[in-house]
Design a protein around this ligand. Sequence first.
Ligand SMILES: Nc1nc2c(ncn2[C@@H]2O[C@H](COP(=O)(O)OP(=O)(O)OP(=O)(O)O)[C@@H](O)[C@H]2O)c(=O)[nH]1
Ligand SMILES: [Mg+2]
Length: 402
Amino acid sequence: MSKGTDLKPHIGIFGRRNNGKSSFINAIIGQEVAIVSDQSGTTTDPVKKSVEIFGVGPVVMIDTAGIDDTGELGSKRVAKTREVIKTIDLAILIIAKNTFDDDEIELLNEFKAFNIPAIIIHNKADIEEIDFDTLDRIKFFTNSEVLDFSTLDQENKGEIIEAIIRNIPKTAYQKPSLFKGILKPKDIVLLVTPIDSEAPDGRMILPQVMAWRDVLDHDCICMSVKETELENFMKLGIKPVLVVTDSQVFDYVNSVLPLEIPLTSFSILFARLKGDLDVYIRGTNQIDKLQDEDKILILESCTHQLSCEDIGRFKIPVWLAKHTGKKLHYEFRSGLNASLEDLTEYALVIQCGGCVATRKQVLNRMQIVSGKNIPITNYGMLIAYVNGIFERVIQPFCQDEA
Ligand SMILES: Nc1nc2c(ncn2[C@@H]2O[C@H](COP(=O)(O)OP(=O)(O)OP(=O)(O)O)[C@@H](O)[C@H]2O)c(=O)[nH]1
Ligand SMILES: [Mg+2]
C-alpha cells in the first residue's frame, strides 16, 4: 500500500454478486470507474478508487468480489474480500431485492468483530423497495442505518453521502499528528538525528521529515542536531520542551541529556501514531515476567524491509536474552494478512514499527492479541525497555488525552 493513500479513510463495499457494488462506487464517484455488468462475479479482486467527499476529504473506496461466490476460485475471491475488512474504517453492505440472509449476517458479524461501523444500502430500489419484514430482520441484528437506493436514478445520492459522512469515525480522517496533545505554540523541540553510513544520501528519512513538519504545524520551533553535537547544543543554554532521538543513540542521548528535559524517540512517537500506546505500555511492562522456554511471536508487516528484518530476527532476540537472562523461543509471521489464530502458546507478541501498515490495521492486530490476554509490545517500545529508559521516554505521553 502506498504511503500516499494509507492515511486516507478506507471504505469497503460488500455484498452478494450482482447487487450493484461496482455500480454504487460509480454512482458515488460520479464516473464509470468500476466495471459493471449483469454477469455475476464481474469484480474478482479488491479494487481501490479514490474519491473526494466534501467535509471528509479524499477517501479510498474498495470494490470487492461478491461474498456469495462459489467454487475453488470463488472461495479464494471471498477470502480476499474478507481480508479487506481488516483494512477499512467504514463498511457499506449492499443488499438488493429484500434478500438479507446468512451471507449478510456473517458480514455484519465480521464488521462488528473489528469494530467497523456499517451502513446497509438496499440497492435496485427502482425494481423493489425495501419492505418492513426485511427492515425488521435487519434491526434484529444491527442498529446500522439502512437506506434504499438505486444506482440507476440516484435520487437520494445526497442522503447516502451524508450517511457516509455521519458514519466514518472522525479519527479516520482527522489529520494524524505525532505530537498531538503534547506541544503548545512556541515550544522548542530538538530532534537528534544521527547521520551514519545507513542514512540516505543527501536527505533525511521519512520519520524525521514527518516529525519536523509536525512540529512546525504546531507553531513550534524545530531544531535538529546529530548526536555528536548534542553536548555542544546543551551548552547554548536552550532548553527544549522535548527531545526526540533516533533509537540507535538512545543510550548516549539519555546519558548526556539532563533528566529534567523530557526525552522520547521517533519510534515511540510512531508507536503512538500507529497503535494504542497504553496497550503497548502494558504489554512492554510484561517483558520482565518472561520465563525460560517462553515462546515469543514477532509480527512483521512487510516482507521486504531488510533493516526491519535485522531488528526483528537478529537484534531483538539478542537484546531480550541479555535483558531477561532467559532462554526464549521465537516465531515470525510476516505480511499484513498473517493469520492471528492460535496465539495461546505465546507469552508475548512483538509488533514491528508498522511503517507500511495503516493505523487501523495495527489497531486491529493489537485488539486481536490483547483480546486473547496476550501482552503486545512493538520494536521501538522494546528497544527503549531493554535500554533501561522506558520510563523516561513514555513520560511525555503520560498525561495523554484518552
Ligand atoms: N435496476 C437496477 N439495476 C442495477 C442497479 N444497480 C446495478 N444494477 C445492475 O445490476 C448488475 C450488476 O451490477 P454491478 O455493479 O456489476 O454489481 P456487483 O455487485 O459489482 O457485481 P459483481 O462484481 O459481479 O459482484 C448490472 O447489470 C447493473 O446495471 C440499480 O440500482 N437498479
Ligand atoms: Mg462488481
